[in-house]
Design a protein around this ligand. Structure first.
Ligand code: BG6
Length: 485
C-alpha cells in the first residue's frame, strides 16, 4: 500500500469474538499479501485485565482456527510482535491517557496514522469518540489521518441513529467515519456495479420498459442460536433489512454515478432511498416467526419478534415507476442463499405456434451473491428435433470457474484494506443510514401494533405460506435462479 507513514490500528472491544475470528485474521492476511503499511501496530483495548502476551495467545488461537492463509512459525513471530494490548474502561478518561501514552511510545517520534475500530455496542460509540477527541487523539494534521470504523447496528431506529450521527459529528468529520455494512464488501455485491456499468448491453434494458419485477432474497438456514438475547430485541427488519437488503436494493436501482468515488456512489444511493414510496405495512409486508424460536434461551415466552419478513416496495422515479421490488429474509429457512433476480417482461408478440396451455418463461437474470457466487441468465431455447418447442436454459458464470477457488477474500479483509486506503465506498454514509431508518421505522411501529399479524412457519421451510400468497397478488412467485429451490 502506498501510505508511507506508520499506522496504528486500535481495536476497542478487542476481547470480543469479532477480533479473534475476523479482524486479526483479516489483518494477518493483508500483511501476508503486503497490503499493510511497512510500519504498523495493532493495539487491543478492552476492560479485561489481559496483557499483550495473553492477547497474542488468544489471537494465535483465532488465526489457527480462522486464517485463510498459512500461519508459519516465522510469520507468526514477526506478526505477533506487532500485537499489543492495554486494559482500560471505555468511559473513563484515564484509560485514554494511558492508551495515548502507549501509542505515542510505540509510534516513536514520527507522526503516525491511526485507525480506531469500534467493535463495541453502539451506546459506547459516543463516549469513545468524545474521549478520543478530548485527548486530542482524533486531530488530523498535514498528511496524518485519524479514522474511526464503527460496527453495526448503527442505531435502533431513526431517532437513535440520528442522535448517534449527531454525537459522532460533534467531534469527527463525516469523512473520518467508516460505518460497516459487510454486505458491501462481498465481491458479488461490488460486482453489480461493474456488471451494470462496465458492460454496454444491460444498462439500456435496466428499467421499467423491460423489467417486470426485482426480487432480493437473503435466506439463512441457521436459527438465532447464541445471539437470541440480542436478536429478540432487534428482529429481522433491524438485523437484515435496514442495512444489508436496502443497500443491495440501492446498488441494483441507482443511476450511474459520474465516477467511482465514494461520495458519487453514495449520492446516488441516497436518491434511490429518497424515491422509495412509503410502504403500507398492512398490505405490503409479511412478518413471520419460526416455530421453536420462543424456546431459544434469551427469547421471551410470548415474543412477537419477527425472524422472517417479506416486503414489496416501489421506487417513484422515471426508471422504476410501478416496478415492484420484493425483499425477503429470514432465519431457519430451507437454505442459506442470497440472490437478486431481475425478472424481464415477456416478448410483446409470440410468433411461435405454441400449444394454448404453454406458458412462456420470460428472461431472468440471477445475481448469486452467495454461496455459489456467480450470475445466471435464463433464456428460451428451441428443443432440438421439435418444430418450435421451447425450454429455458441457463447461461452461467461462476467465480470459482473463472477466477479459481479461493479467489474471493473475506469481507473484513476488503473493508479494512479500503478504510486504511481512505476509500469509503464500501461504507455507509450517515445520511444513507438515516434514510434507510426512515423507511423501516413506520413498519416497525405498525408491527408493534400487530399489523400485519405474526405468522408462524416451520423450520426448514421457505417462510410463512402468507409470503407466497402475498407475492401472488401481483401474479408473481418467489424466484431463484442460482440453483436449488
Ligand atoms: C449480520 C446479521 O449482519 O448478517 C446476522 O446480524 C446475519 O444475523 C448475518 O446472520 C448474515 O451475513 P452473511 O454474510 O452470512 O449473509
Amino acid at each position: 500500500m502506498s501510505d508511507k507513514l506508520p499506522t496504528t490500528i486500535v481495536i476497542f472491544g478487542a476481547t470480543g469474538d469479532l477480533t479473534q475470528r475476523k479482524l486479526v485474521p483479516a489483518l494477518y492476511t493483508l500483511w501476508q499479501k503486503e497490503r499493510l503499511p511497512q510500519a504498523f501496530q495493532i493495539v487491543g483495548f478492552s476492560r479485561s485485565e489481559w496483557d499483550s502476551a495473553e492477547f497474542r495467545k488468544k489471537m494465535k488461537k483465532g488465526l489457527d482456527e480462522h486464517s485463510r492463509t498459512e500461519l508459519t512459525k516465522e510469520d507468526w513471530k514477526e506478526f505477533s510482535e506487532r500485537l499489543h494490548y492495554i486494559s482500560g474502561s471505555t468511559t473513563e478518561p484515564d484509560g485514554y491517557k494511558k492508551l495515548n501514552d502507549m501509542l505515542t511510545e510505540l509510534e516513536g517520534e514520527q507522526p503516525a496514522n491511526r485507525m480506531y475500530y469500534l467493535s463495541v455496542p453502539p451506546k459506547i460509540f459516543p463516549p469513545i469518540v468524545h474521549n478520543l477527541y478530548d485527548q486530542g487523539m482524533t486531530k488530523e494534521e498535514g498528511d496524518v489521518w485519524r479514522r474511526v470504523i464503527v460496527e453495526k447496528p448503527f442505531g435502533f431506529d431513526l431517532e437513535s441513529a440520528t442522535s448517534l450521527n449527531d454525537s459522532l459529528h460533534e467531534v469527527l468529520d463525516e469523512d473520518q467515519i467508516y460505518r460497516i455494512d459487510h454486505y458491501l464488501a462481498k465481491e458479488t455485491v461490488q460486482n453489480i456495479l461493474v456488471f451494470r456499468f462496465g458492460n454496454t448491453i444491460f444498462e439500456p434494458i435496466w428499467n421499467r420498459n423491460y423489467i417486470e419485477s426485482v426480487q432480493i432474497t437473503a435466506a439463512e438456514s441457521v436459527e438465532v442460536g447464541s445471539r437470541a438475547g440480542y436478536y429478540d430485541s432487534s428482529g429481522v427488519l433491524r438485523d437484515m433489512f435496514q442495512n444489508h437488503l436496502l443497500q443491495l436494493l440501492t446498488i441494483v436501482a441507482m443511476e450511474p454515478p459520474a465516477s467511482f468515488a465514494a461520495n458519487a456512489i453514495r449520492n446516488e444511493k441516497s436518491k434511490v432511498l429518497e424515491s422509495i414510496r412509503p410502504m403500507h405495512a398492512a398490505t405490503e409486508t409479511v412478518r413471520g416467526q419460526y416455530v421453536g424460536y420462543r424456546q431459544a434461551e434469551g427469547v421471551a415466552d410470548r415474543s412477537q419478534t419477527a425472524t422472517y419478513a417479506a416486503m414489496r416496495l416501489f421506487i417513484d422515479n422515471w426508471r422504476w415507476k410501478d416496478v415492484p421490488f420484493y425483499l425477503r429474509s429470514g432465519k431457519a429457512l430451507k437454505e442459506k442463499k442470497t440472490e437478486i433476480t431481475i425478472n424481464f417482461k415477456s416478448p410483446p408478440h409470440m410468433m411461435f405456434p405454441l400449444p394454448a396451455e404453454y406458458h412462456i418463461n420470460s428472461n431472468m437474470l440471477s445475481i448469486c451473491i452467495q454461496p455459489d457466487e456467480g450470475i445466471h441468465l435464463s433464456v428460451e431455447a428451441k428443443v432440438p428435433d421439435t418444430s418450435a418447442e421451447m425450454r429455458s436454459v441457463d447461461m452461467e458464470f461462476h467465480y470459482k470457474d473463472s477466477f479459481g477457488a479461493g479467489a474471493i477474500p473475506e469481507a473484513y479483509e476488503r473493508l479494512l484494506f479500503e478504510a486504511l486506503n481512505g476509500d469509503a465506498s464500501l461504507f455507509t454514509r450517515g445520511d444513507n443510514i438515516e434514510l434507510a431508518w426512515s423507511l423501516i421505522d413506520p413498519i416497525l411501529k405498525s408491527w408493534d401494533e400487530s399489523v400485519p399479524p405474526l405468522m408462524f412457519y416451520e423450520q426448514g421451510s421457505w417462510g410463512p405460506t402468507e409470503s407466497h400468497k402475498f407475492i401472488a397478488q401481483t401474479q408473481d412467485i418467489w424466484r431463484m435462479g442460482c440453483g436449488g429451490h
